[in-house]
Design a protein around this ligand. Structure first.
Ligand SMILES: C[S@@+](CC[C@H](N)C(=O)[O-])C[C@H]1O[C@@H](n2cnc3c(N)ncnc32)[C@H](O)[C@@H]1O
Length: 261
């Protein structure tokens, strides 16, 4: 699914969230220099590249080879030496390959691991990658019922269903229950991610042609349904148009840290 659309454009917009995540990692472990960090579900390597720039020894793991190829190209151009592992984050063999040079001090996942359907296996694999006392830090979107990215989809897909979507990782009780078997000191902060598009129509086009998740939904619709959905997106984004015509809003997410027992 994640090779649909143009994830690079999504990733660029998530760079500030990746920086927030790495700032939290640095505060928790006292700087990333000489730490071994795994960017879990790394996409085009947003966190991986930023972590390498901050001095970490980095491995990026993702299921989607097309995105890892883009990540490797970005790292080469930036002069960063990063290991890339293609694999399912819920598979212990992936965890083994990602830590073949030694256990991680930090596993960071920016709106990433939350998309892995087998949450128990994914949590176990992340725990497997970390040394005792190591840090797991992640961000995850909070529910979208009123967000212009999510609300227009409601008639077409159960986008707010915990089965399909990653939102449960943003629920403090659910996250705590999932992490408790392996982690202590679970801390949850609520943050917001800012979005800006030049116009409501531009935002609707972006969502329909660029965002892999939305493009995947579009593929299951008839042309008439797609046209209707575009109208719903334009209406939803129009609610957030400022005086200069630009669309601005923010989407809530959580920043979670936990310590491997
Ligand atoms: C929203 S993107 C986040 C990418 C990246 N962390 C970022 O900051 O841009 C979700 C990522 O999860 C990856 N992913 C989904 N399921 C996965 C799985 N089972 N194992 C590993 N990666 C997975 C996708 O390929 C995609 O790159």
């Amino acid at each position: 699914m994640w090779a649909r659309g143009d994830y690079t454009q999504v990733g660029e917009r998530l760079l500030p969230m990746g920086a927030v995540l790495l700032d939290a990692c640095e505060r928790a472990v006292g700087g990333l220099t000489a730490t071994r960090l795994v960017d879990a579900a790394c996409g085009v390597g947003n966190v991986a590249l930023q972590a390498a720039a901050r001095g970490a020894t980095v491995t990026g793991v993702d299921l989607t080879p097309e995105l890892l190829a883009l990540a490797a190209d970005r790292a080469d151009r930036a002069g960063h030496q990063i290991d890339w592992v293609t694999g399912d984050l819920a598979d212990p063999a992936t965890a083994d390959r990602a830590t073949s040079r030694g256990p991680a001090d930090v596993v960071a996942s920016c709106a990433g691991h939350a998309f892995v359907p087998d949450t128990a296996a994914c949590t176990a694999a992340i725990a497997q990658m970390l040394r005792s006392g190591g840090l797991f830090a992640y961000t995850a979107w909070e529910r979208w019922p009123d967000d212009p990215f999510g609300r227009p989809l409601a008639p077409y897909v159960s986008v707010c269903s915990p089965d399909l979507m990653p939102f449960a990782w943003a629920d403090e009780q659910v996250a705590g229950a999932r992490l408790t078997p392996f982690f202590d000191d679970v801390r949850v902060e609520h943050r917001r991610h800012d979005w800006e598009f030049a116009s409501a129509r531009g935002a609707a086009d972006w969502v329909m042609h660029v965002s892999p998740l939305h493009v995947a939904v579009m593929e299951g619709l008839t042309p008439a349904e797609r046209a209707a959905l575009r109208g719903r997106f334009v209406d939803a984004f129009t609610e957030h148009v400022d005086g200069d015509g630009a669309v601005r809003w923010s989407t809530p997410y959580v920043l979670v840290t936990a310590r491997r027992r």
